[in-house]
Design a protein around this ligand. Sequence first.
Ligand code: SAM
Length: 191
Amino acid sequence: MRRGGFFSFITDHRKRLLKMMPNGSICAEIGVWKGDFSQRILEINNPSELHLIDPWMFQPSFPSRWYGGVKAGSQSDMDDIFESVRERFAGSPEVSFHRKTSAEAHSEFPNDFFDWVYVDGSHDYDSVKSDLELYFPKVKPDGFLTGDDYFLPCQETGGPAPVKQAVQDFVKENQASIVKIIGGQFIIQKN
Ligand SMILES: C[S@@+](CC[C@H](N)C(=O)[O-])C[C@H]1O[C@@H](n2cnc3c(N)ncnc32)[C@H](O)[C@@H]1O
């Protein structure tokens, strides 16, 4: 039996998220890795500016994460990944690189700058909450903070989902609301 495209459409949660974002937008991806999702942003959203924010830094203190030993085993591996992403988007003038942590990079952007930001960097509660808080003022009125791994258990302990907790606490404390959860993707809108 042939499994048709319909099934991949309903399970392609990231594609559905990207279709909900304004076309031709100014956007950022926090946590880029090899640029696979960045590529999809370019193809589906056709942004006027895509800011890629990632320190591409080996972090051995997080051995259960891709960049702490699961997929990259050294800083040299992370440097190679960064170079591959640079080459990948060398012909895309709308892409710019911010090789810094999200906390370091946020001050480079004016307030009310982005149409939307995708949060997919460090997945512990404090990091996600901090990314949401630091980038909220950077998003235009009615803009979006979105991200990945809403239901992912804590990578260190297997405990309750830190992204979900951070998102729920964030919307309680700010003029923002959750507009949709699509699979593991979350979409918050600035009120
Ligand atoms: C799950 S991967 C991102 C995957 C990518 N968004 C995709 O879908 O293809 C997490 C990335 O977050 C980056 N990262 C870790 N700490 C970060 C921080 N403080 N700020 C920004 N990025 C961070 C890592 O270097 C890694 O590349």
